[in-house]
Design a protein around this ligand. Structure first.
Ligand code: HEC
Length: 257
């Protein structure tokens, strides 16, 4: 390969690496709150699963997940999971089974008619978007009479999803401040002003969303619950094994030195 084209490739690579944080920031829509995630907190995951079943799983599928896997991973009985998550019947009206995937009956066409877009599957949302994005997104709905749903969102402008949690969160309006970027004055989000209280206080609502986001992080990679506990066991094994190996080495070499 010629030196000139090698140089071009290097320049392209370096600029791609340097630009990537800018691109991530651009797609993230500015400042994101940090989601309180603890994948080992089974109580939080169970509360999150309940929230997901109550408020999300009517529109959104999570079709990479099976109900009985949730029962196993979150240490719940299959009956409890059935009560928590299975509200609908399966294909052709047959009862949904505990071993089924978490699909929904809403079709893409129905979604397009109702919301202007097909309702996305949430199996991988927390990985595709990041936990902080999901958490911030769910906090960032605001009242907007120009939208057919009555809601807009600061991290997902003109979103098709209504704020399905408004009865818990209450209603809010964004508050902007003017900041100078060089010579240009731009409006930046300062925060939200509550215009109607919800059933939960802001702290309770954040905790509720924390559990829900935690569950979605689990949903996006269920094996991590197991992987993390396995990781500790492997480390412990290595420490113990190192001890054995060390003394064995001493034993073998003691006659040589
Ligand atoms: C009434 C139906 C409906 C309900 C209920 C609903 N959503 Fe949505 N949601 C949508 C639609 C429609 C979109 C697509 C928005 C768009 O692309 O403009 C969406 C988009 C999303 C996205 C963005 C996905 C992406 O990566 O683009 C997330 C995350 C999400 N919803 C989470 C939730 C959670 C969590 C709940 C439960 C608290 C929930 N939704 C309840 C309709 C719904």
């Amino acid at each position: 390969m010629k030196i000139a084209s090698m140089k071009k490739i290097v320049v392209l690579f370096v600029s791609a690496v340097m630009l990537s944080p800018v691109l991530v920031m651009a797609s993230g829509g500015g400042h994101l709150e940090s989601a309180p995630i603890d994948i080992n907190d089974k109580d939080s995951l169970r509360r999150g699963a309940q929230a997901f079943g109550d408020y999300c799983y009517s529109c959104h599928a999570a079709s990479f997940m099976r109900f009985n896997r949730i029962a196993k991973d979150l240490e719940m009985s299959e009956d409890d999971v059935r009560e928590m998550l299975i509200h609908t019947r399966g294909a052709k009206g047959a009862p949904t089974k505990i071993g089924d995937l978490m699909k929904v009956s809403m079709t893409a066409d129905y979604g397009k008619n109702a919301f202007g877009t097909a309702v996305p599957d949430l199996s991988l949302a927390a990985r595709a978007r990041g936990a902080d994005w999901v958490y911030t997104y769910l906090r960032s709905f605001y009242v907007d009479s120009n939208r057919s749903t009555g809601f807009n969102n600061t991290v997902f402008p003109d979103v098709g999803m209504p704020n399905v949690l408004w009865s818990l969160q209450g209603l809010q309006e964004p508050v902007y401040k003017k900041v100078m970027h060089g010579d240009v004055e731009i409006e930046e989000l300062e925060g939200f002003k509550q215009i109607q209280a919800g059933k939960l206080s802001p702290e309770e609502y954040d905790a509720f969303l924390g559990d829900l986001t935690n569950f979605m992080v689990y949903l996006a990679e269920p094996v991590q619950v197991e992987r993390r506990s396995l990781g500790w066991k492997v480390l412990l094994f290595l420490v113990v094994f190192f001890g054995f190996a060390y003394f064995l080495k001493k034993e073998y070499w003691k006659d040589v030195y």
